[in-house]
Write a protein that binds this ligand. Structure first.
Ligand code: HEC
Length: 229
């Protein structure tokens, strides 16, 4: 598929939408290329929670498959809700983890094939409990403000797997504790090649996590529902 100039792509993408939101290009513009996002998706597994990740492509009529179907299921999905972006012209697949391990996701469209890697880590019940408590519980220590006080409220910044599955564990912990992405991030959102680099605008995002809370918060974030699905 040809890469369209952004205004054309945006006009096409917004057909049927009240407003051409998502076409300002300031944060994240969905792809209209053949690409498959993210290149590597990180998720988790624990039978007491649901761990899902989304893959997105600008290719038309894609078919999806997974090399090792014992690790996860994959199914075509309606477009997720992405705040500030119109993704109705893209196609998506929702992957649900069924055990820990690594495998390959394949997307085929019009005789062309792209692959991505899926990495699923096992989390313990203790990880899930520690993460939920750190996320929700009030504290008198300002460095231990509950994540939910900002992220779970209306309009809170999305840190569900839709946004964060493309990032590995150390990258996410640095964002939480040091308010920065690496200088050359390889992480990807599920809706574009968008890859944040360097410090957050919110430089005060330097939250305290105990050692057990580090894997706990990853278990919690990776098991959040994504994009309204
Ligand atoms: C005081 C409000 C507040 C609290 C408390 C807070 N965050 Fe955030 N968080 C934000 C804001 C605002 C951003 C976006 C920052 C930016 O891009 O400049 C953000 C960004 C993030 C991101 C990156 C998302 C992205 O789009 O790049 C993650 C992951 C994250 N927070 C996780 C957490 C976790 C986990 C906690 C609790 C340990 C937490 N946050 C506590 C406000 C908060």
């Amino acid at each position: 598929m040809l890469r369209l100039p952004r205004p054309v792509a945006c006009a096409l993408a917004s057909l049927g939408c009240a407003a051409a939101i998502g076409c300002t290009g300031d944060v994240e513009t969905p792809t209209y290329d053949f690409g498959l996002f993210p290149e590597v998706a990180h998720s988790g597994f624990n039978p007491k929670a649901s761990f899902k990740v989304m893959f997105g492509t600008g290719a038309t009529d894609p078919s999806w498959s997974i090399a090792d179907p014992s690790i996860a299921t994959i199914a075509p999905s309606p477009p997720p809700k992405v705040s500030g972006a119109t993704v109705s012209s893209m196609s998506f697949a929702l992957v649900t983890a069924t055990k820990a391990g690594e495998t390959t996701i394949t997307m085929t469209s019009g005789g062309r094939t792209l692959t991505a890697r899926l990495v699923i880590k096992a989390y313990s019940d203790e990880d899930l409990a520690a993460g939920k408590a750190r996320y929700e519980d009030a504290s008198t220590d300002p460095a231990r403000a509950p994540c939910a006080s900002c992220h779970a409220k209306e309009g809170g910044v999305d840190h569900s797997p839709l946004k964060m599955a493309g990032f590995d564990d150390p990258t996410i912990v640095e964002v939480i504790q040091k308010a920065t992405y690496p200088a050359s991030s390889t992480g990807r959102s599920a809706t574009s090649a968008f890859a944040p680099r360097g410090p957050l605008e919110f430089t005060g995002h330097t939250w305290n996590l105990s050692e057990p809370e580090k894997s706990g918060i990853l278990a919690h974030l990776r098991s959040l529902p994504l994009g309204g699905l």
